[in-house]
Design a protein around this ligand. Structure first.
Ligand code: HEM
Length: 127
């Protein structure tokens, strides 16, 4: 018996995640709420870290942990002030990035439910 297909495989593997994350960062680049939060001028390395994380989370290669160790995402976001406005801007950018990915309704709903939950858990300020 073969192992059940991971969500990563089900949605098309690396090209799907690469596309979503590239579109997301293209929006961040021009977003007046999100762009100032990113410490580096070049968003390329941040884009790679986020793609590796998502691929690993959904059952793809474990490159994120090989390179970055345990995700500890709340701790890694602590240096940035993330209130409801930043969370909403992040989710709005992500919704636009996911739209063209061609996911089935059920895959999109599963991905979206996770992202909303994760974005809520990253809020660290009520400013
Ligand atoms: C890193 C902002 C939500 C995953 C970062 C960075 C910023 C940021 C400014 C630093 C960029 C870098 O140098 O890597 C935000 C904001 C969010 C948010 C404003 C709004 C709620 C999320 C969510 C996830 C996520 C929901 C996961 C589903 C990551 C990852 C990194 C990262 C994996 C790189 C961590 C590392 O250093 O290895 N984020 N983020 N972020 N974010 Fe977020």
């Amino acid at each position: 018996m073969s192992a059940p297909e991971s969500f990563y495989d089900e949605v098309g593997g690396s090209p799907t995640f690469t596309g979503i994350v590239a579109r997301f960062y293209a929006i961040v680049e021009d977003d007046p709420v999100l762009r100032p939060l990113y410490p580096e001028e070049d968003l390329g390395p941040a884009q790679v870290r986020f793609r590796m994380f998502l691929e690993q989370y959904w059952g793809g290669p474990r490159t994120y942990s090989d390179q970055r160790g345990h995700p500890r995402l709340r701790m890694r976001h602590a240096p940035f002030i993330i209130g409801p406005a930043e969370r909403d801007a992040w989710l709005a950018a992500m919704a636009k990035a996911i739209e063209p990915a061609g996911l089935t309704d059920s895959a999109r709903e599963r991905l979206w439910a996770y992202l909303v939950m994760a974005a809520d858990s990253m809020v660290n300020s009520l400013h």
